[in-house]
Design a protein around this ligand. Structure first.
Ligand code: CP
Length: 311
C-alpha cells in the first residue's frame, strides 16, 4: 500500500526523494498527469491550508477533487461509521486525503480500504504532509538538513506538527531546543525517542535570548485549544510564548521563523516584515510538497516527468 499515515512510514531516502520532487514541482507546478483520476478530501476537522493546498495540488496536476469540509453535512451526522464512509468513498476515487480528530483514524482507514490514504492530521498524533513542507522549508532556507539547531516553542504536548517534525529530523544531525511550560511539555514518548536515538535536545520553560540567538530555525506553535479537556488550563497557558520582533535583534543571519499556522498570539504581527519570518512562504511550499506526496501515493515516477519536461 502506498499510504502515508505517519512520517515514520518514510525512510530517509524516501524523504529526500520527496524533497527533490517538491523542488521539481516548485519549478513546474502544472502537469496533466492526474487526468482521469479523482482524489477525495475528507476533513472531519477544520482546515484552511492543508485542504486547500491538497485540492490545488490535484487541480494543478489535472485531476479532480470530491470531498467535504463539514462532516455535519454528511451521513456521519446520521450515525454512519468511519469504516462505512471510507469504504463508500473508496468506490469513487483513486486516493483519499483525510483529517480526523481521533488519533489513529488514518491508520484505521488504511485497514478498511485498498486505495492509498494520506493522513492530513489525526488528533494530536501525526501530520506528515505538514512535516514534508516543513522539511522542504528548512532545506530551502538553510541549504541543508544536517548540523542545524531547531527550537520548538509552545504546545509541544498536543502539537502533532512538532511530533512529526522531530521524528523526520531524527534522520539528520539536528539539535533541538524544546521550549514549553510543564503543562505543554513534549510527551515522554518523544523524549524517549530522542534518548534512544542519541538525538541532542534541551528542555526549557524560558524562551531565553540565549536560545533564540543560537537557533537556525524557530518553530512556533499554536496552543491547541481543541485538545484540552480542561479549558481553564488552556486559558492559563495560551499566551505564555509570544515572539516579538525586538527579540530577534541578535539572532543568527540565517535564522528563519516557521509556524504551521494558523497563528493566534504566538507571533506578533511586527515580526511579519522581518526577512527572517518565513511562515507564509512555508505555507506556499505546502503545495509543492503535497504534489510530491500525491505522486508517490499514486506511483507516478517523477524522473519520467523530468525526462518528459526536458524532452
Ligand atoms: N497547518 C495546518 O494544518 O493548517 P490548517 O489547519 O489550516 O490546514
Amino acid at each position: 500500500m502506498n499510504s502515508i499515515v505517519s512520517i515514520n512510514d518514510l525512510s530517509k531516502q524516501e524523504l529526500l526523494s520527496l524533497l527533490d520532487a517538491a523542488a521539481y514541482f516548485e519549478a513546474h507546478p502544472n502537469h496533466k498527469i492526474l487526468d482521469g483520476m479523482v482524489v477525495a478530501t475528507l476533513f472531519f476537522e477544520p482546515s484552511t491550508r492543508t485542504r486547500l493546498s491538497f485540492e490545488t495540488a490535484v487541480n494543478r496536476l489535472g485531476g479532480r477533487v470530491i470531498g467535504f469540509s463539514d462532516p455535519a453535512a454528511t451521513s456521519t451526522s446520521k450515525g454512519e461509521t468511519l469504516k462505512d464512509t471510507i469504504k463508500m468513498v473508496s468506490n469513487y476515487v483513486d486516493l483519499i486525503v483525510m483529517r480526523h480528530y481521533l488519533e489513529g483514524a488514518a491508520r484505521y482507514a488504511t485497514e478498511v480500504t485498498d486505495i492509498p490514504v494520506i493522513n492530513a492530521g489525526d488528533g494530536a498524533h501525526q501530520h506528515p504532509s505538514q512535516t514534508m513542507l516543513d522539511l522542504y522549508s528548512i532545506y530551502k532556507t538553510q541549504g541543508r538538513l544536517d548540523d542545524i539547531t531547531v527550537t520548538m516553542v509552545g504546545d509541544l504536548k498536543y502539537g502533532r506538527t512538532v511530533h512529526s517534525l522531530l521524528q523526520a529530523l531524527s534522520h539528520f544531525r539536528v539539535k533541538f531546543n524544546l521550549v514549553a511550560c510543564n503543562e505543554l511539555r513534549m510527551p515522554e514518548e518523544f523524549r524517549t525517542f530522542c534518548d534512544n536515538n542519541s538525538i541532542a535536545y534541551t528542555e526549557s520553560a524560558e524562551f531565553s535570548p540565549e536560545i533564540i540567538n543560537s537557533s537556525d530555525i524557530i518553530y512556533m506553535t499554536r496552543v491547541q485549544r481543541e485538545r484540552f479537556a480542561d479549558l481553564e488550563e488552556y486559558e492559563r497557558v495560551k499566551d505564555i510564548y509570544t515572539l516579538h520582533n525586538a527579540m530577534l535583534t541578535d539572532s543568527r543571519p540565517n535564522l528563519r521563523i516557521l509556524h504551521p499556522l494558523p497563528r493566534v498570539n504566538e507571533i506578533n504581527q511586527d515580526v511579519d516584515d522581518n526577512p527572517k519570518a518565513y511562515y507564509f512562504q512555508q505555507a506556499k511550499n505546502g503545495l509543492f510538497a503535497r504534489q510530491a506526496m500525491i505522486c508517490k501515493c499514486l506511483d507516478i515516477n517523477i524522473d519520467d516527468l523530468k525526462h518528459m519536461n526536458n524532452g
